[in-house]
Design a protein around this ligand. Structure first.
Ligand SMILES: [Zn+2]
Length: 164
């Protein structure tokens, strides 16, 4: 469990720099600031936890049944044409047909794979925003709402699994 924020995290009094934007546009900057700010660190922890199972807009090109959950990273880019859902068959097909790429789970925490590589983190942030179907100038409230919904959904599916 972690603390669910009630509003987006804003950096300046002018109110135009939000953690909810940086996570997609400048994740390297966000992660650099986390170390110096406890409140931001807690907020970002939530974004990472809630970002484990976000609702992607595309369906698996291999089975056409489930949403995409993995993408091949190749040549310093996530390859939109090379994705799969989480079904074992689809994942193994994706990996075996792309031995030169890295299979990355479509999660916020995948940013950690690219620690120390700001350009690649930005590439990943942009990919996430696109695969979530969010426009470039999405409001921070919309982003936070999406993360909160996703976090609540993952909690209730855990409860169902425990009850059965
Ligand atoms: Zn599939």
């Amino acid at each position: 469990m972690c603390i669910v924020p009630t509003k987006p995290f804003v950096f300046d009094e002018a109110g135009n720099l939000f953690a909810e934007h940086l996570i997609f546009n400048n994740p390297d900057l966000l992660l650099g600031r986390v170390k110096k700010d406890l409140a931001l660190s807690k907020h970002t922890d939530f974004l990472f936890k809630a970002g484990e199972n976000l609702p992607t807009v595309s369906f698996c090109p291999l089975c056409g049944e489930e949403r995409v959950r993995n993408v091949i990273w190749f040549d310093d880019k996530p390859r939109y044409e090379l994705m799969s859902c989480n079904k074992e068959d689809c994942v193994s097909k994706l990996i075996s047909s792309n031995p030169d790429g890295i299979a990355c789970p479509i999660k916020v925490s995948t940013l950690n794979i690219f620690n120390g590589h700001p350009a690649q983190q930005r590439e990943w942030g942009k990919f996430l925003r696109n695969i979530l179907g969010l426009p470039r100038h999405v409001s921070p409230e919309t982003v936070l709402g999406l993360f909160i919904d996703s976090y609540n959904n993952s909690l209730s599916s855990k409860e169902l699994a425990l009850a059965s």
